[in-house]
Design a protein around this ligand. Sequence first.
Ligand code: HGY
Ligand code: MN
Ligand code: MN
Length: 414
Amino acid sequence: MTSSSPRASSSPRAIDELRAIDELRAFDELWEQIAPIGRESKGYLRYALSPPELALRDWFRSQAALRGLEVTDDGNGNLFAWWGPAWADGAVLTGSHFDSVPHGGGYDGPLGIVSAFLAVDELRARGVTPARTIGVAAFVEEEGGRFGVPCLGSRLLTGAVDPDRAAGLRDAGGTTFGEALGARPAGARLDLVRRLSAVVELHIEQGRALVGMHAAVGVASAIWPHGRWRLDFTGTGDHAGTTLMADRHDPMLTYAYTVLAANKEARLAGAHATMARVLVEPNATNAIPALVRGWLDARAADTPTLDRLVEAIMKRATERAGRDGTSVAVEAESVSPEVAFDTALASRLAGILGGAPILPTGAGHDAGVLSAHVPTAMLFVRNPTGVSHSPAEHAPHEDCVAGVTALADVLAGL
Ligand code: HGY
Ligand code: MN
Ligand code: MN
């Protein structure tokens, strides 16, 4: 092709189309580097600090190095890549998490990190030299899928979880977080967090409101208060074949009743309750259980509704235990208060994005933890099915590119 031959056409529309193709190619290329990591026959298995997540951390370091970004670690398992001096006064932090729920989707978390690196590239392509340091975070154990406490990294960084409690948390195999981390967590560094001028986490939408709003990107207004409670149902272990039905104290019965009661109470309260995880001892086909351990995930639009919901479920469980001759004990493993994101920041970002919709979410995020200390916002990328925490989780890459552009616009604006 001679050098003088014009491109197909130099009309602004053609140039925009070419740019869109380039951006899509850049996204797909980066996405394909991490997509295979931790992918199983059913979804992703990216437990915090497990081999796949450690591989993603190495990828994070190599992407940072490629861009000349300094990488720091806060001693709690959280990684940060800095464009500008680390933790500089007024820095803006973006990013998200790598870890997934067991057999979850590939976008929840990693999309925010991939988009952050691409937003840095986009700003550089635009010739932007930020007045403030921009940081890209990879927070550890956001899902709580391995050690049981969600947002463990951001909670350690902000002092919301005690480092000794965190160090002692055990995974299903008995490994503690401290052992996996290779050190006692450093704990709170609010001196660093308070230097931040803003936090913006981009995340795949976990719901399908944006579909109905015909918007590829939305801005978060709030996170519902939510939590996870462990219910221990204790009964009398016995022989399945020889114990008369009238003589049984079977905790599985009390547990099963509680699952149904939780569902009913949530519907009545217009809230959400899920009992999706259970451990049975001895978990033998022919032995009435001695113990059934079940977890309740409950969420509601406001705290009084959530409190009433959990109370109602516990009341029903305790009453049923009385009838079954079993007992039930509850422990709150993690409770996240309602998050109302900074309204000025949310409307400012929606303005920068040309009037993007502002909407709440029922999903917890590290941004929710940081919002107690720094003006914080979230960007949601449209999820056509709304499905998340499942292998079916997916966002069209055209919308993901819209998310990158939105994040770049927002970072430039900040
Ligand atoms: O469970 C949640 O709300 C979040 O996805 N970790
Ligand atoms: Mn999640
Ligand atoms: Mn997430």
